[in-house]
Design a protein around this ligand. Structure first.
Ligand SMILES: NC(=O)C1=CN([C@@H]2O[C@H](COP(=O)(O)OP(=O)(O)OC[C@H]3O[C@@H](n4cnc5c(N)ncnc54)[C@H](O)[C@@H]3O)[C@@H](O)[C@H]2O)[C@@H](O)CC1
Ligand SMILES: Nc1ncnc2c1ncn2[C@@H]1O[C@H](COP(=O)(O)OP(=O)(O)O)[C@@H](O)[C@H]1O
Ligand SMILES: [K+]
Length: 512
């Protein structure tokens, strides 16, 4: 699903109005109806009091139109106009008039004056600012946000949590915190970034019928990825498949005390469907690997505790390296020689592989095109340098991807895969996966998919998605705390099966 920029959203609104011959206010009416349906289907007419806080632009207009629908269906609604500025948008005024015709006179909420009571029983509809926010709100409005956030009410924001900028950093505490955002037509970029996403506990995309051709022809820089979108990438296997056709991946890494990382990655390679895996570790890895993972072939190095050479006696389709590997001088030299010899297969680089690249930057120029790099935030910092905020991080990461022509997978909640000009946010996964070794499993899955013929980008997107889905399935049985990296391998088969099931009957909505 595309994530549009502000200009693209306004443009899609405008073209939809033109192409569908809509009257002024029609799109706002659709947004309000969709929001009403969402709320009504959950409240089912219950006498919950609803407080609508409307700004004076079109987001406020959405709030007023929603208030009208709620009142017409018998809900108890209090409406406040938040005087964010003197100007009112025409569609705001149109909806204000419609409310007045129904004998509802919203109360003005200004800098001075009382605040509405917001108790546990209330639902607050936050329609103060939408995507039109272009400067930090006045201090009293920021205080109003704090007042809302401190209240025990359930907050539903329309389109975006008020105070969040669509395209730049928002300081902590300068936005409303929404239990759910009803986001019109598209999810919004700040939902997926750790600093701003924490003010959005959940979100739902509501279809307001923007012109499908406009949506299709507008290129988006960022995408929200879920299983059905990835299904065309599935490669499957023929009836006469044999292991020689299903791909062979090598996993290079480990050091004494960290051999488990290679074991996890190698096991994930096989569980992701690759025909064969060869693990290359220091000598101390031989026994644990042979005993722990009898399906793997093991090559040991002459180094006892750390890898001193990357030379493989086999010719795999892909090499994954770095997990548990350490950064001993001999290992750095081995990695350097390996890259200087121009490896002829795709690479998947994780953990200490990334640390070595960050500390020996001339090696970055030797990476084969489309190398998959899988940094967590700490490793990312070593690669791209410090960032001031998440938007700065995006910019630096995109410049890095362009410079080194790599697939950069920034791990975390909503793992972001960047390749060339585009970015893809993942939809699966949960905080139970913040546990040792889960990154090693991901590296193995990605390598296992590349071995089977997936392109590096497809392998990254599918691998990240399945890894997260596996975590989501595992957590249902064992809860967040008990989830360990091995469980991500254990549930991978169920994750594949769930991914490939026919889609559920049209919902058209994603939940965050
Ligand atoms: N354009 C359309 O056709 C549609 C727009 N919709 C709604 O319209 C919203 C966007 O509306 P607007 O463009 O009117 O913008 P907003 O309602 O977000 O903000 C209103 C205006 O406030 C001003 N403003 C910005 N920052 C401010 C600040 N810090 N303090 C005071 N004033 C500030 C800006 O001039 C802005 O246009 C969307 O988020 C969505 O909710 C929906 O009704 C669907 C259709
Ligand atoms: N809060 C979270 N939500 C979703 N996924 C998460 C979360 N925390 C961690 N993960 C996932 O778990 C993995 C952790 O990887 P990493 O930090 O490299 O772990 P390790 O180094 O221990 O193997 C990543 O794929 C990341 O996306
Ligand atoms: K809002």
């Amino acid at each position: 699903m595309k994530i549009f920029s502000r200009d693209q959203i306004y443009n899609a609104d405008r073209l939809t109005i033109e192409r569908q011959g809509l009257a002024a206010g029609e799109l706002m009416e659709r947004a309000a109806e969709a929001s009403f349906n969402y709320i009504h289907s959950r409240l089912q007419g219950s006498p919950t009091p609803i407080v609508v806080l409307a700004g004076t632009g079109n987001n406020g207009g959405d709030g007023l139109a929603l208030a009208r629908h709620l009142m017409e269906h018998g809900y108890h609604v209090e409406v406040y106009m938040v005087q964010v500025r003197k100007e009112r948008s025409p569609e705001f005024l149109q909806n204000l008039e419609r409310l007045r015709e129904r004998k509802c006179w919203p109360e003005l909420l200004e800098e001075k004056g009382p605040r509405p009571e917001l108790g546990q029983q209330h639902i607050v509809v936050d329609a103060i600012f939408g995507i039109g926010l272009n400067r930090v709100p006045d201090p009293w409005i920021l205080e109003l946000f704090q007042y809302i956030n401190a209240a025990p009410s359930f907050v539903v924001s329309l389109d975006i949590a008020s105070g969040l900028f669509l395209d730049r950093h928002t300081e902590p505490g300068q936005s409303v915190e929404a239990e759910v955002v009803l986001s019109f037509q598209f999810p919004k970029l700040p939902f997926f970034l750790p600093e701003t996403g924490s003010s959005v506990h959940g979100w739902e995309v509501l279809d307001i019928g923007l012109d499908p051709a406009v949506l299709a022809e507008t290129p988006a820089e960022f995408h929200w990825i879920y299983g059905d979108l990835l299904k065309p990438a599935y490669r499957g296997r023929g009836r006469f498949a044999h292991k020689g056709q299903m791909g062979h991946a090598a996993v290079l890494g480990g050091s004494t005390g960290k051999i488990g990382a290679v074991r996890l990655a190698a096991e994930a390679v096989l569980t992701a469907g690759a025909g064969k895996v060869t693990a290359r570790t220091p000598r101390s890895g031989l026994v644990p690997l042979q005993v722990g993972l009898p399906e793997a072939m093991v090559e040991v190095d002459k180094g006892k505790d750390a890898l001193e050479s990357f030379a493989l006696s086999v010719k795999p389709q892909v090499v994954a390296l770095g997990m548990g590997m350490g950064t001993a001088a001999a290992t750095v030299q081995a990695f350097t020689t390996f890259l200087e010899e121009k490896p002829q297969m795709p690479l998947v680089i994780d953990a200490d592989g990334l640390n070595i690249l960050g500390q020996n930057r001339e090696l970055l120029d030797l990476l084969p095109p489309s190398t998959v790099l899988l940094p967590h935030p700490g490793e990312l910092k070593i690669l791209i340098g410090e960032w001031t905020d998440d938007f700065d991080k995006l910019e630096k990461a995109r410049a890095f991807v362009k410079q080194y022509d790599c697939v950069l997978v920034i791990k975390g909640a909503h793992t972001l895969t960047l390749y060339r000009e585009l970015g893809y946010f993942n939809s699966s996964g949960n905080p139970g996966m913040a546990t040792a070794g889960s990154g090693d499993v991901l590296a193995g899955i990605v390598a296992g998919l590349i071995a089977q013929g997936y392109s590096p980008l497809d392998a990254a997107l599918v691998g990240v998605f399945l890894h997260g889905l596996s975590g989501d399935l595992a957590v249902r049985d064992m809860g967040y705390e008990a989830l360990r990296a091995s469980h991500l391998i254990q549930y991978l088969g169920v994750a594949f099966r769930q991914w490939l099931q026919p889609p559920a009957p049209a919902e058209g909505q994603q939940e965050g």
